[in-house]
Design a protein around this ligand. Structure first.
Ligand SMILES: [Zn+2]
Length: 260
């Protein structure tokens, strides 16, 4: 027997989940000792919602909406003292994002010939040798984003293509400058063509990468951004407008590859 919708307990907030309210993305921290909601704007302008245990998502959304003006002005202040896409330093503990989660850099003793960055036990591992050479360190990091991003998106593409009744294009992950994704048909104009995704995209949470995937897949059918294009995107992703707003907002804060 199914429980009628109105009798179901409201969705409770989960620790370390991502909450989106009117295009603002907030990381949720649930703390049993906390009595009421609180908001903080982190040094990198990321937003955190601190919540007591057992509160619902809709309570949290009401709280964020009531404090939106404060949040926006507080964040604008942070951004005045810190650039939107701050450069990274190749030092122990530096923060990198992957699929919306934070991973800290760990520097390890040199394994000869190891020019690769890898993820192990929740840390991004790099050799001291690489870290001391900013140019090589950067190449290794970008290469890591390209490899792991490509492996992730390979499995992600097929369900979206099926949902949109679009043939699955080839996909690669590389440097696209400030663009999140592009789509090019075959030379002879036929499907399925090739989708390229920019490596910085993989710093973002999955639901925003999905938006870019759906967007580029819609281009397999429709080249420009006319009404027919957005209709196709909306069919696959009814909340696409909110995702696009969130991508604009969060995307501006991502690391674009600068090392100091
Ligand atoms: Zn487009």
């Amino acid at each position: 027997m199914t429980v009628p919708a109105e009798d179901r307990a409201p969705q409770a907030l989960r620790d370390d989940s991502l909450l989106t309210v009117d295009g603002l993305a907030l990381r949720v921290h649930v703390n049993a000792r906390r009595r009421r909601f609180a908001l903080t704007v982190e040094a990198d302008a990321a937003l955190t919602l601190h919540a007591p245990e057992g509160r619902s998502e809709s309570d949290a959304e009401d709280f964020v909406r009531a404090h939106r003006t404060w949040l926006m002005s507080r964040r604008a202040l942070r951004e005045r003292v810190r650039p939107l896409s701050p450069p990274k330093r190749l030092v122990e503990g530096e923060v990198f994002r992957y699929l919306g989660r934070i991973y800290r850099l760990a520097l390890v003793g040199d394994e000869p010939g190891n020019d690769r960055v890898r993820l192990a036990a929740g840390r991004l591992i790099m050799s001291h040798e690489l870290a001391e050479d900013a140019a090589r360190g950067r190449v290794a990091l970008v290469d890591w984003y390209c490899r792991t991003g490509h492996a992730w998106v390979t499995g992600r593409l097929q369900p979206w293509a099926a949902r949109m009744s679009v043939p699955e294009p080839m996909v690669d992950v590389r440097d696209l400058g400030s663009r999140w994704g592009t789509y090019r048909p075959e030379e002879d104009g036929r499907e399925p063509g090739r989708m390229s995704l920019g490596w910085p995209l993989f710093q973002l949470p999955m639901h925003l990468i999905d938006y870019v995937i759906a967007h580029e897949l819609a281009h397999v059918r429709v080249p420009g951004h006319d009404a027919r294009f957005w209709r196709l995107v909306r069919q696959a992703l009814p909340e696409y407008k909110e995702r696009r707003m969130e991508l604009d907002d969060l995307g501006r804060r991502m690391w674009m590859g600068e090392i100091v």
